[in-house]
Ligand binder design. Structure first.
Ligand code: PFF
Length: 449
């Protein structure tokens, strides 16, 4: 099967595409909303710990598995540990990727609606209240959010069907830097708002009295979600890496850019939250109410707004393309299915589940499981449970089970002193720190300590 695989044309392409997967709604929509709900500074600090201490080594673990086997998540475990139950991690990852694709497409659909509104105009009223009620009217209706979700998934379908290299790589290379520049501009604007110091203090001053089990679980889930980690996305993508792509360096660059974008989003959002007298804990709607309010303050607001929602839509697309790839690569590799058929199956499932999530703010808002709507349930199960558990098993697999020669070949091919030190640190984390910390957060949140 390996010879069927395409490769990213350049090393920069490999990095840009992995960053393209990582940077998306997770940074710009989910991070501010979760930080807002979970008390700000302390959440950020725990998130940073999970990204840099646990995340980077686990990203490396996925890269090692993916590049070494050149296979999808399930095939990779089957090849490296034949006949063992490790391949179950693969099924978990595939399930998580479909759940995420479903609720993520709803929010990506919102960006499409906001792009449309930016073009036709948000209307005469520009107060924060008017943006609040506009979001309400839109999200609670049963038609527009469903259409937007399906439209987004259809666009995703058309791009994914074209295959890895052409579609994804070119788009990521152009799009990421522009989005970044735009965020920096908005950031400067937010820093000049009257509520800037309050906003920054909310985001950067950790108040440890606010740390509860749910904050810990939330911050861990956010780190995994934002890095696209624990569900085999990075196994699948690195199966397209060339042999000379440096894995640890790529993981470090990806995690740093990803975190920078999330922090920029926080610096944009929270000063505005305090300036406009909004609640930081407004939930999923936060960004969609705050950003239009920010744009109206800028000269040439229409252009900023169009540009921003267009780029956010593209950033979402490069992320959903990567999650779709997990299950599509599985069907193509394991069942010898055509790419077209595999894509059609996966996107159809996501469309059905996506509609349930889209209606979670409208007529299905009363339908709850464990007190959560479909939208929140899919998010909670995948981000806060499946991804960290997946990450824990991936660490244990590479730390204890995988032949050390494979780890060495992938992480330190030249055996330079720097490479060897990096490899030792990664192994230390995979064997002890990552599994213990992830298990500890779960035990803590179950009330065991
Ligand atoms: N990391 C993406 C984001 O932050 O928007 C979301 C994501 C992409 C999660 C791909 C999982 C995945 F496999």
């Amino acid at each position: 099967m390996t010879e069927k695989r395409a490769h990213f044309a350049t090393r920069l392409g490999a990095i840009a595409t992995t960053v393209g997967s990582a940077v998306g709604l997770g940074n710009i929509w989910r991070f501010p909303y979760e930080a807002g709900v979970n008390g700000g500074g302390a959440f950020l600090l725990i998130d940073l710990f999970f990204v840099f201490v646990i995340g980077i080594p686990v990203v490396c673990a996925e890269f090692i598995i993916g590049r070494n086997t050149g296979l999808n998540i399930r095939g990779a475990f089957k090849k490296l540990a034949p006949g063992k139950s490790w391949a179950l991690i693969g099924y978990m990852g595939i399930l998580a990727s479909i759940l995420i694709l479903s609720f993520y497409s709803v929010v990506a659909g919102w960006t499409l609606e906001y792009l449309r509104l930016s073009i036709v105009g948000f209307g005469a009223e520009n107060s924060v209240d008017s943006f609040h009620s506009r979001f309400d009217t839109f999200a609670t209706s049963d038609i527009s959010p469903v259409i937007c979700t399906l439209l987004f998934l259809f666009i995703n379908y058309v791009i994914v069907i074209r295959g890895v290299q052409r579609g994804i790589e070119k788009m990521s290379n152009i799009m990421m830097p522009i989005l970044f520049i735009l965020l920096v501009v908005f950031c400067i604007n937010s820093l000049m708002l009257p509520g800037a110091s309050q906003g920054l203090s909310f985001l950067f001053n950790p108040d440890f009295s606010k740390v509860t089990p749910s904050v810990m679980i939330g911050a861990m889930g956010q780190a995994f979600f934002s890095l696209s980690l624990g569900l085999g996305c990075l196994i699948t993508y690195s199966s397209y890496f060339k042999k000379d792509t440096p894995l640890l360096k790529t993981a470090g660059i990806m995690a740093s850019i990803d975190t920078m974008v999330a922090i920029l989003a926080g610096i944009i959002i929270f000063p505005a939250v305090f300036t406009f007298g909004m609640e930081p804990a407004a939930g999923p709607r936060l960004v969609f109410e705050i950003l239009p309010s920010i744009f109206t303050q800028l000269p040439g607001s229409t252009i900023w707004s169009i540009l921003f929602f267009f780029l956010l839509f593209l950033a979402s697309l490069s992320s959903t393309i990567s999650m779709s790839e997990i299950s599509i690569a599985y069907l193509v590799d394991e069942f010898d299915m055509s790419r077209r058929k595999a894509t059609t199956i996966i996107i159809s499932i996501a469309m059905v589940l996506g509609v349930l999530c889209a209606l979670s703010f409208g007529s299905l808002s009363v339908v709850t499981v464990f007190g959560l709507t479909f939208f929140n349930l899919f998010d909670y199960i995948s981000s806060n449970i499946l991804l960290p558990i997946g990450g824990m098993f991936i660490s244990i697999f590479v730390g204890y089970v995988l032949d050390r020669r494979i780890v060495k070949k992938e992480l330190s091919p030249k055996s330079s002193r720097r490479e060897l030190t990096g490899m030792r640190l990664v192994i230390l984390c995979l064997r002890y720190i990552a599994p213990i910390c992830i298990a500890a957060v779960f035990l803590y949140s179950l009330g065991i300590f």
